[in-house]
Design a protein around this ligand. Sequence first.
Ligand SMILES: *Cc1c(COP(=O)(O)O)cnc(C)c1O
Length: 358
Amino acid sequence: MVEYPRVLVNLEKIRDNARILKDKCIKKNISIMGVTKSFCAELNIARAMVAEGVQFLADSRLTNLEKLGAIDIPKVLIRIPMKSNAKKVVEVADISLNSELKTIHVLNNEAEKQGKIHGIILMVELGDLREGILPKNFQKAAKETIDLPHLKLMGIGVNLTCYGGVIPDNTNLGELSDLATQIENKFGVSLEIISGGNSSSLYLLNEKNFPEKINNLRLGEAIILGRETTYGKSIRGTHGDAFILEAEIIEIKEKPSVPIGTIGLDAFGNKPQFQDMGIRKRAILAVGRQDIEHDGIIPLDPRIKVLGASSDHLLLDISDSERDYKLGDIISFQLKYGSLLKVMTSNYVKKDFLGVVD
Ligand SMILES: *Cc1c(COP(=O)(O)O)cnc(C)c1O
């Protein structure tokens, strides 16, 4: 029996997206870390990525990496580890992104205990002001990491367009590339992974002078939604609708478009604004802000307007639709990144898959 709300994940579409990105990256000798955090590392979806040849799986959460243990491919922790969690980091991740020497030392001790060599990618701060070691302190940190016997400095990386909205370009990625060369020359090591960012770096692949040492990208949204994230453009040939949310109508009524009474604050402490459009046909769906962001869902019926949502009700204006919706009908939506994250995280949304990956 089908249960609603549900998200229908088309694994063939995910595979198409992963294949197209793999083909693009391979031309520039770039490996891909398939980032699984937006879909809570659902194994079916991760397997679809792996089937098309992503070389690593990466997640920000240890619980997700643990789940991915079922797939035999190197795993990367892409959020800077908590010092208190080093044991689990070494257990579930082969490689972690790091920016704190204290934590790196704890990881070294833990790797010794577990009889492992744990891989480190040192993150450099190049302006976006999220994680990363400042360039002036970078060589020292690299040297200290290289000298720890139970760690291997696998490479270096940068994260952009996350907090500060700084766009990857030939200047900042050029700086990453130069830092890699400096470290290799100065300390006589060779770095396997020079990780030039996330889905926002993809647009640069079309440029002739892509910094040549960059040989890895960490891609989530691009594979999942078929979009590069610097300009928000869809990537040619990919699908933006691999994830479809379906929810059921639990009330349909004609009601005024402006509330009646004195307007105070809504359930989330905001003062709502209304435009008087007269009497409108409205539908309530059994899904809400615990499962979606109402400004991050796009009805497949283009004549439906999303009015708003409370914790567990989604309000739609269906007056202009060509379809005569009835109580119990199902309405479908494409998802933006923020809603996808919530839909996949919500325990109240059923996850169904189209297609199989073995
Ligand atoms: C989330 C994340 C990514 C993936 O970002 P997308 O925009 O989904 O490609 C890559 N690297 C790090 C460090 C992240 O936290």
